[in-house]
Design a protein around this ligand. Structure first.
Ligand code: CAA
Length: 390
């Protein structure tokens, strides 16, 4: 039985901060960002945008194409959950008017949880092929102002419909994984911003890739030459370049500079202008690959490397399905990215600080232009608005 992604779509916020603006504000050479970390822009969520509204924007175009009553589970992966008890997915379930005959749960492990939710969904469908599962990976990457991590923020959500006989990509059974209890990036419950030991985190990322790859080859018998396209978790695109170089060395592969570019650039284009989106970032990279390749990659194999600090990593693969191109939502992705509004550094800081205000009771100014927004908080309860499902 084939199981995998039948439809997928991503959403990001309506605003961005250019790293040229950022560099000017901090009196730094912009090439540190454009070349050094390989980032140009980061999407910035206004205070009335959160992972629930981003997820709703990501999922809506999928729900337009199916009978949403058929969704049997929502698996919501996020590091930026909105409640310590209630799953962000239940807020989403309400906002999207999904069937009550549905299970909803939140998955967490830093940037890894999206891959965990996808793998869990494939197992549930193998156990019961009638299931149709909505997997969400959504995050707002936020670090302290005036730290070196500030330039690697961003946000986004990816929605994936996981089914039997998928029309976009079959997720192949067998993967390689690795866990190690380390403190490279973490966010204690009392904090809204992550703490990170930046240089150390890049080293643990590469070490985890080598271990997960080794396990993957043992588990599946597949090698570097069996894979046509490579997608990585992308906190910043230079990290994915370093990861691909490390994988090539580890696998003892021979890759020309032209082939290296072809294997990495298409899957980085959205991430370069959206920024980090933690659990969503690997799947933004996959969507970027599909939206930017000129050639048809039917029956080609794509690999996925997921890395979540702390740390858990997994390497797995999928086979592209015939006819997948007709299902891509490239124009929608490109339009929303192009329509974002540029912020000055002061405007970015105002959004950043408003989102930190005490939240027992608050009504948010309307900045989020999408069909779903966080209207405010009343007696500690989040109030969402939808202009679609009323
Ligand atoms: N022109 C060209 N390149 C320049 C330059 C210039 N003017 N100035 C600096 N550079 C280069 C540097 O040489 C360096 O290159 P290498 O990495 O190849 O050595 C690169 O730009 C970065 O510069 P710095 O070494 O000065 O690094 P920094 O202090 O700015 O920190 C960072 C960079 C560690 C990524 C920091 O932004 C950070 O902590 N980010 C958050 C953590 C993170 O994203 N970690 C990634 C792995 S963990 C993970 O993947 C999970 C997750 O999502 C968080």
């Amino acid at each position: 039985m084939k199981v995998g992604i039948d439809l997928l779509h991503f959403a990001t916020a309506d605003y961005y901060l250019g790293l040229d603006t950022f560099a000017a504000e901090k009196n730094l050479d912009v090439d540190k960002f454009y070349i050094g970390i390989g980032q140009e822009r980061m999407s910035i969520a206004p205070p009335d945008e959160d992972v629930v509204t981003l997820a709703a924007k990501a999922a809506a175009p999928i729900l337009e194409q199916i009978n949403s009553n058929e969704i049997t589970a929502v698996l919501f992966a996020t590091e930026t959950g909105v409640d310590q008890s209630k799953s962000a997915g239940v807020f989403l379930h309400g906002l999207l008017n999904l069937s009550k005959r549905c299970r909803v749960v939140e998955f967490k492990h830093a940037c890894y949880a999206g891959a965990a939710a996808l793998q869990m969904a494939t197992c549930m469908i193998r156990a019961n092929p009638k299931e149709k599962i909505l997997v969400i990976a959504a995050d707002i990457a936020k670090y302290d102002v005036n730290t070196s991590a500030e330039a690697t923020q961003g946000c986004g959500a990816v929605a994936m419909l996981i089914t039997e006989s998928p029309r976009i990509i079959e997720i192949e059974p067998g993967s390689g994984y690795f866990t190690d209890d380390v403190m490279d990036f973490w966010r204690p419950n009392h904090r809204t911003t992550a703490l990170v030991d930046g240089k150390y985190s890049t080293k643990v990322y590469l070490k985890s890739l080598k271990h997960a790859w080794e396990h993957f080859t043992q588990q599946t018998g597949k090698g570097f030459d069996d894979i046509d396209y490579f997608c990585y978790h992308i906190p910043f695109t230079k990290m994915a370049d370093k990861a691909h170089q490390a994988l090539i060395r580890k696998a003892g592969a021979n890759v020309t500079p032209e082939a290296f570019k072809a294997q990495t650039l298409p899957s980085q284009r959205y991430n370069r202008i959206v920024g980090n989106s933690y659990s969503a970032s690997l799947f933004v990279s996959f969507i970027s690959l599909l939206d930017h390749l000129e050639e048809n990659i039917e029956n080609k194999r794509v690999s996925f490397f997921s890395y979540g600090s702390g740390c858990v990593a997994e390497f797995f693969t999928g086979m592209m399905q015939p006819g997948y191109q007709a299902l891509l939502m490239t124009a929608r992705h490109q339009t929303q990215i192009a329509q974002r509004t540029a912020l000055t550094y002061a405007q970015y800081l105002a959004f950043y600080q408003q989102a930190e205000q005490p939240k027992e009771n608050i009504v948010y100014e309307s900045n989020n232009r999408g069909a779903y927004r966080l209207e405010g908080i009343e007696s500690h309860k989040r109030i969402y608005q939808s202009t679609l499902h009323e």
